[in-house]
Design a protein around this ligand. Structure first.
Ligand SMILES: Nc1ncnc2c1ncn2[C@@H]1O[C@H](COP(=O)(O)OP(=O)(O)OP(=O)(O)O)[C@@H](O)[C@H]1O
Ligand SMILES: [Mg+2]
Length: 267
């Protein structure tokens, strides 16, 4: 989680459109090895975007580039607003016996460019921590040591940490890993509600099916952006074949949404 350059003035000058994230023709590389090539996409205010693709296809790299954690070797990313980033795996030092509450409170103390060393939260900030913990059904664990939690419970606390700062743009990297189905559903409903309130949500997922009724767009990656648009435009046999090397069967649910039947494909 970090503060990112904002340029609200320029954003306002754009006629009507409220672009929150502009990815302009970026190429990202690690030690000269290209991980992401020529990717361009705009994400608007209140959009709920799922990023999909096989392992190693550049999903995490794309989120890191948007969060400003890596600099593209070509192209640029512009972000208009505050960002919270929930990484795929986070490192919490097991030797520091941090309570669940403190893990979430830390995000508020670390908000902005300077870390606030005063550990006292205002009443409003405390409410934000409580709300975030309740949103992921972890409030009752607030006094438990973080390291004593199960993997799925830790994941939920890390999501609460990302929510607590009330960002304009929420970047989540596989937030449902290890999270049980009822909690996953609760979180999906929450993300959907946040996006309807104008928060831009960009989340990496392997299985988009549980989110399909809520997402506005899907970005399908395989080193390059294979498709970006509405789920029904993106999840074609041709696109999934290009991304995963196999075409993925889809089914249409009663409400008319397209559901890919690939559970948890890893390319
Ligand atoms: N820190 C790093 N140093 C070197 N190479 C890296 C680094 N991070 C990622 N890569 C490489 O960049 C490519 C894209 O990795 P990335 O983590 O973005 O994929 P991903 O789509 O998120 O995969 P997964 O589904 O496994 O999380 C991979 O080939 C990976 O090996
Ligand atoms: Mg990843």
């Amino acid at each position: 989680m970090r503060a990112i350059k904002t340029d609200e003035g320029e954003n306002r000058r754009k006629t009507g459109a409220e672009v929150k994230v502009e990815v302009k023709n970026i190429t990202c590389a690690y030690n000269g090895h290209v991980a992401l090539k020529d990717v361009s996409m705009d994400v608007m205010r209140g959009e709920f975007v799922a990023v999909m693709g096989p392992n190693g296809s550049g999903k995490t790299t794309l989120l890191r580039a948007i969060a400003g954690m890596i600099k593209p070797v070509k192209g640029e990313v512009r972000v208009y607003g505050s960002i919270s980033y929930m990484p795929q795996k986070d490192y919490v030092n097991p030797n520091i016996p941090m309570k669940v509450w403190d893990v979430v409170a830390m995000s508020i103390l670390a908000k902005g460019k300077k870390f606030r060393w005063s550990v006292k939260l205002s009443e409003e900030e405390k409410r934000a921590v409580e709300e975030a913990l309740r949103a992921v059904a972890m409030f009752e664990f607030r006094n438990a040591p973080f390291t004593d939690l199960s993997g799925g419970q830790q994941q939920r606390v890390l999501l609460a940490r990302a929510l607590a700062t009330k960002p304009d743009i929420l970047l989540l990297d596989e937030p449902f890993n290890g999270v049980d189905l009822p909690t996953q559903e609760k979180i999906i409903n929450l993300l959907s509600e946040l996006s309807s309130r104008g928060i831009t949500v960009i989340t990496v997922v392997h299985n988009v099916s549980p989110l399909i009724h809520h997402v506005s767009k899907i970005a399908l990656l395989n080193k390059t952006l294979i498709a970006y648009g509405k789920p029904e435009e993106v999840l074609t046999a041709e696109n999934t074949l290009r991304a995963y090397g196999v075409s993925i069967p889809v089914t249409v649910c009663e409400e008319g949404y397209l559901h890919p039947l690939f559970g948890d494909i890893h390319g």
